[in-house]
Design a protein around this ligand. Structure first.
Ligand code: CP
Ligand code: NVA
Length: 322
């Protein structure tokens, strides 16, 4: 029995969907992070693991991607499997084939489906009709794969997640939602500062607050970026206009301007605070160039960790550990 990650919990994850962090317990999240640390270390040592030998992941993209596409494709390859990139424009989904038929057909060819789409309902429907695991590669509501990598990064940098103070400053979007749930589950405190009218959805805030209460942590929503940043261990931001909101760019720039993460914000945080961003970033908008390219920024460790965190996820839900 290895002491690096919980094999019993890993075994229980076999066949499970990854639609949102809501469906994963604190223990399961920690197990995935421990497995990611184990796989990352082995990879850096040049040791090979092929728990996904002969397995294939279908990757459906209805929105653009750099990190998600490349890290899943490379991750599958490193684990001994392969990945298929399916742009929505190239498959029959774009010509009206139903989600249920797509799910049934793909289930007979491949071993897992990763999808990036707009509506969370599309992913839920795909998962209902597929007989193989379905992974959320981003929807308008959630981005759980990113948050798995983010929690891994915070754990590596700070040594722990429990009791950490995370300030998310910006749009109450998919990133804010998944971060609130992820932080609440692992006992980290999160304060989200958004302009009036751009706060996270109430239903998700209430869900995260209920979990946080059980973990002795807190989930707070405010309209004050300086208040959120106070004594923070982590300052996090994301773009002001997400994919699909391009037409709102100008009005959003006006509303979000006082929410830029810059030196003033970083000065409110702890001296050893780190700056995080899921990327892609718009320098000079949601974050100043000196902060994102400065010493406190860990953005490339975060993006690297997409690979390691997802390899752990793929191994747990689709693989056979040697
Ligand atoms: N952070 C993230 O998901 O990046 P991509 O949009 O490039 O996949
Ligand atoms: N909120 C951003 C995240 C991109 C990774 C978007 O949805 O476009």
């Amino acid at each position: 029995m290895n002491t690096l990650y919980r094999e019993d919990v890993t075994n229980e994850l076999k066949g499970k969907n990854f639609l949102s962090l809501k469906d994963f317990s604190k223990e399961e999240i920690h197990t995935l992070l421990d497995l990611a640390i184990y796989l990352k270390k082995r990879y850096k040592q040049g040791l090979i693991n092929h728990p996904l030998k002969g397995k294939t992941l279908a990757m459906i993209f209805e929105k653009a991607s750099t990190r998600t596409r490349v890290s899943f494709e490379v991750g599958m390859y490193q684990l001994g499997g392969s990945a298929l990139f399916l742009s929505k424009n190239d498959i029959q989904l774009s010509r009206g084939e139903s989600i249920s038929d797509t799910a049934n057909v793909l289930s007979s060819y491949v071993d897992g489906i990763m999808i990036r789409t707009f509506d969370q309902g599309t992913i839920d429907a795909l998962a209902t009709h597929a007989s193989i695991p379905v992974i959320n590669g981003l929807t308008d509501l959630y981005h759980p794969c990113q948050v798995l990598a983010d929690l891994l990064t915070i754990k590596e940098r700070k040594g722990t997640l429990n009791g950490m103070n995370i300030a998310y400053i910006g749009d109450g979007n998919n990133m804010a939602h998944s971060l609130m749930i992820g932080c609440a589950k692992v006992g980290a405190n999160i304060t989200v500062a958004s302009p009036n009218g751009y706060e996270p959805l109430n239903s998700i805030t209430e869900f995260a607050q209920t979990i946080a209460k059980q973990e002795n942590s807190s989930v707070e929503i405010t309209n004050s970026p300086l208040h959120a940043a106070m004594e923070a261990d982590v300052i996090y931001t994301d773009v002001w206009a997400s994919m699909g909101q391009e037409e709102e760019q100008i009005e959003r720039e006006l509303a979000f301007r006082p929410f830029q993460v810059n030196e003033n914000i970083m000065n409110e945080a702890k001296k050893d605070a780190i700056f995080m961003h899921c990327l892609p970033a718009h320098r000079g908008e949601e974050v100043s160039t000196d902060v994102i390219d400065g010493e406190q920024s860990v953005i490339f460790q975060q993006s690297e960790n997409r690979l390691h965190a997802q390899k752990a996820l793929l191994t747990a839900i689709m693989g056979e550990l040697e």
